[in-house]
Design a protein around this ligand. Sequence first.
Ligand SMILES: Nc1nc2c(ncn2[C@@H]2O[C@H](COP(=O)(O)OP(=O)(O)OP(=O)(O)O)[C@@H](O)[C@H]2O)c(=O)[nH]1
Ligand SMILES: [Mg+2]
Length: 253
Amino acid sequence: MATDLHSRDDWPPGRVLVQSATYNERENIEQLIEAVLASSPDVQLLIIDDDSPDGTGQIAREIAGREPRLHVLVRRGRRGLGSAILEGFQLARKRGFAVGLNMDADFSHDPADIPRLLVALDPPGGKPADVAIGSRRVAGGRTVGWPWSRHVASWLVCWFTRWILGVPVKDSSGGFRAVRLSVFDRIDAANFAQGYAFQEDFLWRVHRAGGKIVEIPITFTDRTRGSSKADFAESKRSIGELLHLARITWLGK
Ligand SMILES: Nc1nc2c(ncn2[C@@H]2O[C@H](COP(=O)(O)OP(=O)(O)OP(=O)(O)O)[C@@H](O)[C@H]2O)c(=O)[nH]1
Ligand SMILES: [Mg+2]
């Protein structure tokens, strides 16, 4: 079996690693890289691509050849969004970063919001947090461009996470988050949800470990380029993974 491809070994030292999992994001990848690196001279970016058939990983690797702040991991075969995000955080820790900041690659998450998320994680004069969420469900946050069916599905997942899984967070399903990587020392990192339910699973573990989670408002804009990967199979997998967490929450197994 072909092995995973890493773009380079000589990473500059850094504190914040932005990461984005990609699968067939050819229409977005170049602009995403440009916008993330422009958001702050201090951040580096990791793309975790699951060997996208449309060549997303290859485009990113070409740019990485001339951009020292960009790193690319091309994994062999589609292994799921949750697994990609977890691998990104693990790589960030291994490389000595203190903060991992995850975002989608389709511009639903605005790279210009990255500095605000970092401030929310380490507020000047305030108590540091373990996770800062870019939230659509706190005052000032909103979602633009979704059909009503997406609003309903998202509301149900957030309601379930809050009231059945007991995680006191309003927007638990979004993927725009800054994470203090030392929190991984305090949570059980085995058997994470491999698909989209990683988002809720991660917060569930952080909360159970006593971690501090904050939410700041963002505007989430539905993707305008490329196509959704959140299909029926992914939704079904997520429901199974959420029910599994509910069973542990209530029955302990
Ligand atoms: N590496 C990797 N990335 C994935 C996988 N599935 C989805 N992604 C990426 O995860 C992010 C979120 O996926 P989206 O398709 O945007 O999901 P969504 O935001 O719920 O759906 P949309 O409304 O269509 O945007 C995007 O950057 C995808 O390219 C996967 O299996 N592996
Ligand atoms: Mg999206």
